[in-house]
Design a protein around this ligand. Structure first.
Ligand code: COA
Length: 314
């Protein structure tokens, strides 16, 4: 196996290919669903018709000329790499960031890996007695992410390709309004882009989680809910009304002391989550909501947003 040649043909750093080779080794991969079953599965995963059409167009049939040997190698080993960490809770890159504009196989390689792993994740969910509805709803974050990435003109994908490995490793559960991500003694909370974050919806989701984890993961002990987010930056309260959902969400948490290196750059993350762009100049961003105006005015004043971590007891 010539890893240098694979890296050169994929147009990615050789270290990234060596990492895949090391982590995947000769561990088992998993087959993709049959092409004929794919439309129904994509629909269950909330993949929108425009994204589903692209995915079907690049389908890795054994005789597809779109799939060169190195792309097939990467797909197979990426599946093995993620599968090897089934049940793992950490952030995991499934492989190198690809030049996705090179074609449909390149564009959605990690989506095909996700599809191969859906069956593996479903088996893991079954072993833990996870209800079917929670299993599918949690996995359907794929469709939501693909739609957001399209909105972001593909700027969002490098983060999403790692984020989505959590779902297929059985480490993200969508219970009502929030996604719950266990690990390190705490249940991490993620807020998907699904409408207002009302305190009632948050409380109901937390209650669901309090019952869900002891029932389905009785061997794991969680004593706190935790969150790391731009949403927890107290500076937001300089701009948002007291009764806003974000302010009320913040009130639940005890914050860790601020450390600059402790998480992603919040100046970038606010652009991702509030404007769904990473590259639009500040003076061209919309100013429709109080939050949009706050984000831009704060940055234009030379100030910075902070990524903050917080927790509260279960
Ligand atoms: C988290 C989220 C649901 C909060 O929305 P919300 O419940 O409407 O929040 P608030 O009630 O505090 O909103 C206060 C103001 O900010 C605006 N606002 C909140 N989130 C916004 C967003 N993502 N984009 C633009 N404006 C937003 C609201 O419209 C409101 O302004 P208005 O009174 O001028 O209409 C929303 O920001 C969202 O969907 N974010 C994307 C996902 C995310 O950021 N997850 C966390 C990742 S770490």
């Amino acid at each position: 196996m010539d890893l240098d040649a694979i890296a050169a043909r994929l147009g990615v750093p050789v270290e990234d290919v060596e990492r895949v080779h090391q982590l995947a080794g000769d561990r088992p991969s998993a087959p993709l669903p049959a092409r004929a079953d794919a439309p129904v599965i994509l629909d269950r995963l909330a993949v929108r018709p425009d994204d589903a059409a692209e995915i079907m167009a690049g389908w890795p049939d054994p005789d597809s000329p779109l799939w060169t040997p190195e792309l097939r190698w990467l797909l197979d080993r990426s599946i093995a790499l993620v599968r090897a960490d089934l049940g793992g809770h950490g952030w995991l890159s499934p492989g190198p960031e690809l030049p996705r504009e090179r074609g449909p196989a390149w564009q959605h390689l990690y989506v095909y890996a996700y599809l191969a792993l859906v069956d593996v994740a479903r088996g893991y969910h079954r072993d833990h007695g996870i209800p079917d509805a929670v299993s599918w709803l949690s996995l359907a974050d794929l469709g939501r992410n693909l739609a957001i990435d399209r909105r972001m003109r593909r700027e969002g994908w490098p983060v999403m390709q790692s984020w989505l490995t959590l779902h297929v490793r059985g480490s993200v559960y969508e219970l009502g309004r929030l996604q719950h991500h266990p690990g390190d003694g705490a249940i991490g909370l993620h807020v998907p882009d699904t409408g207002p974050l009302t305190p009632e919806a948050v409380a109901a989701s937390l209650d669901d989680a309090r019952a869900f984890f002891p029932r389905h993961f009785p061997d794991e002990a969680y004593t706190a809910f935790s969150c790391g987010s731009w949403l927890l930056d107290p500076q937001l309260r300089e701009y948002l009304p007291e009764g806003s959902n974000i302010a009320r969400f913040q009130q639940m948490f005890e914050l860790d002391p601020y450390q600059e290196q402790d998480g992603p750059d919040a100046d970038v993350e606010v652009l991702r989550f509030v404007f769904r762009t990473l590259s639009t100049p500040l003076d061209q961003l919309p100013r429709r909501t109080v939050l949009q105006r706050a984000i831009v005015d704060h940055l234009r004043a030379g100030r910075h947003w902070h990524w903050r971590h917080g927790r509260f007891p279960i």
